[in-house]
Ligand binder design. Structure first.
Ligand code: HEM
Length: 564
């Protein structure tokens, strides 16, 4: 069994933010019991009801219980991971209360309610849970954690940068790293045990390095040199330091019980967290001090890149003025494209925000946090699952082999020529859901499914529960991509929001097309040269960690079989 901290890491900021957020006024709500051991039995569980339809007898005091049992239901999460929500939903229905430490959460666990929270009531539930004070500006000033009108204005400004035309321009860059991945597999000394997760993460980080920052991280090119995913870059000291700082910051934002004293205190005594953090970050040697020093260094580094891009732009303008248009075909990296969009007043005439450098810096850095482990996990999961399902592999190979040109597919071809690959990816994302929970917070008093939620309530969607709902996905434990075929009865009958690996509504993942493009290019590139089998060293059944996102605990180890 992993520690409680592992369970707290479920998704990117999501648990962290909500678990430590201000204690809401939930004590006044109704409270029956949870059938998972004596501690849980005493905890407040249900929501205040508008109607009596769901009524069950209320139980015991709530404030006293939380004082006595400040870990809330964390022990259940530690024991069963996100599966615990499935068990509770089965017992209590699709909306229930869960105590993350002293923080009460409302969990919403069916497709219609996710639609209600994510779309119909979006106006009143548009933010993520309040981030804890340990999360610094580098994280707080990006899309994930900004709130209200700042978020909508920021999203309007950056959304054009994720549109198909720009993404199509990134294909050659992505493809070059896919080629490096294939070459790394070919050159790996032990063809019976290739550490696929590690190699795919290196590819994903390199792609973000180039497409977001315009930097060559060089991890794919030196992948044989070291064991860690983020070491091994040769040559440039700056790049090496950048990667080290990134790695450290990923450790810190896990917010686990090993990370900092203020984080631990925040779980059990939220009111002392902010003063404690302010104090500790001035005390050399403490985790809070190291955290803020690391963030300061990262900020300085990214600011230098932004300044560089500004100089590039000035130079471009000067040479354009001289009539030398130079090479304008290369796509701009995200920072350069964002600086352009800001100058041109992008956002399609909608509400715009005057972004400052701290926003540009945070938005670029967010790619490293949100777009690397998620995408690498998805690719690893596809390859892992296909490797153990021969009939899926055969059908997939038939489709991939039908793409004749000896080059990578372009954006149109990726879109239209690989319908079975689309089904395989969707099914893999259902089977191993990257983000089993998605955190939101009410900004007004709002009614959901007949329950009144006060302003400031943490409402979490549970796509992990939806993904295993036998009503929506018959035989949910079977890996069956055909269930997503357009003509399949199951697909037609399914609720449109039953499968939401990228979230739902206006706040859904902004990078999902970027991620899918990368995963598809990689699958096409890999299966041209290889098929894979699980290595003898691969554990069975496979084990997971609930890190910032779901992760394979021991990686995915594959035996390669070269195709003629
Ligand atoms: C397979 C890969 C990925 C998965 C499964 C994934 C999943 C998610 C999920 C579940 C959310 C929360 C959505 C919601 O609240 O409804 C999210 C948000 C977000 N993702 Fe992704 N993501 C992936 C890749 C990426 C990539 C590649 C990027 C950037 C290039 C990215 C950037 C973001 C951002 C910025 C947000 C916050 C959006 C906002 O609050 O407006 N993600 N992602």
């Amino acid at each position: 069994m992993r520690t409680t901290s592992d369970a707290i890491h479920l998704t990117l900021y999501k648990l962290a933010g909500a678990a430590l957020a201000e204690h809401q006024n939930f004590e006044q709500l109704g409270s029956p019991s949870l059938p998972h051991g004596p501690v849980s039995k005493l905890l407040p569980w249900r929501l205040q009801q508008v109607s009596m339809v769901h009524s069950k007898p209320a139980l015991l005091c709530t404030k006293a219980c939380l004082l006595l049992f400040p870990i809330g239901h964390l022990h259940l999460l530690a024991k069963s991971g996100p599966d615990v929500f499935r068990a509770i939903a089965k017992e209590y229905g699709p909306i229930f209360r869960f105590h993350m430490g002293r923080q009460p959460l409302v969990i919403v666990a069916n497709a219609e309610l996710c639609k209600e929270v994510g779309i119909k009531k979006f106006k009143d539930i548009r933010n993520r849970s309040t981030p804890p004070p340990t999360v610094g500006s580098l994280h707080q000033d990006a899309l994930f954690l900004t709130r209200d009108s700042t978020w909508s204005a920021m999203r309007n400004t950056v959304v054009p940068l994720y549109q198909p035309a720009r993404l199509a321009g990134l294909i050659p860059v992505m493809q070059s790293y896919v080629d490096a991945l294939v070459a790394n597999i070919a050159g790996y000394p032990d063809q019976d045990c290739v550490p696929f997760c590690q190699l795919s993460l290196r590819m994903a980080i390199d792609i973000i390095g180039k497409t977001a920052f315009g930097i060559e991280f060089g991890l794919s090119k030196n992948s044989m040199d070291s064991g860690s995913e983020t070491d091994g870059s040769e040559g440039d000291d700056d790049v090496r330091e950048f990667l080290k700082e990134y790695k450290r910051s990923m450790e810190f934002i896990k917010m686990d019980l090993s990370s900092s004293l203020s984080t631990i205190l925040g779980l059990f005594l939220p009111c002392v967290q902010t003063p404690c953090r302010r104090l500790l970050r001035r005390v050399p040697g403490t985790a809070d001090y190291k955290m803020s020093e690391n963030e300061r260094r990262l900020c300085r580094r990214i600011d230098a890149i932004i300044a560089h891009r500004r100089r590039d732009r000035a130079e471009r303008r000067r040479t354009d003025g001289d009539g030398d248009a130079g090479d304008r075909s290369a796509p701009l990296d995200f920072i350069a494209a964002l600086l352009d969009a800001m100058e041109n007043g992008g956002g399609g005439g909608k509400e715009l925000v005057q972004l400052e450098d701290r926003h540009v810096r945070a938005l670029a850095y967010e790619h490293l946090i949100a777009g690397t482990k998620t995408t690498a996990f998805t690719l690893s999961s596809v390859v892992y699952l296909v490797s153990s399902h021969p009939s899926v592999e055969e059908k997939l190979l038939r489709e991939l082999d039908a793409f004749a040109p000896p080059r990578a597919p372009n954006a149109d071809e990726l879109q239209t020529m690989f319908p079975y690959l689309d089904q395989v990816i969707k099914e893999a994302m259902r089977f191993h859901l990257v983000s089993p929970l998605i955190a939101r917070q009410t900004s007004e008093r709002v009614e959901i499914a007949g329950y009144v939620l006060p302003k400031g309530a943490c409402v979490w969607l549970a796509p992990g529960v939806l993904a295993r709902d036998a009503g929506e996905f018959p035989e949910p434990e079977e890996f069956r991509p055909e269930r997503f075929a357009a003509e399949a009865e199951e697909e037609r009958a399914r609720h449109p929001y039953a499968h939401i690996p990228f979230g739902v509504g206006p706040r859904a993942c902004i990078g999902h097309k970027f991620a899918l493009q990368q995963v598809k290019l990689a699958v096409v590139g890999l299966y041209r040269r290889y098929v894979f089998r699980h290595a003898a060293a691969m554990e069975s059944p496979i084990q997971f960690d609930f890190d910032l996102v779901l992760a394979f605990r021991h990686g995915v180890k594959l035996r390669t079989i070269r195709r003629e």
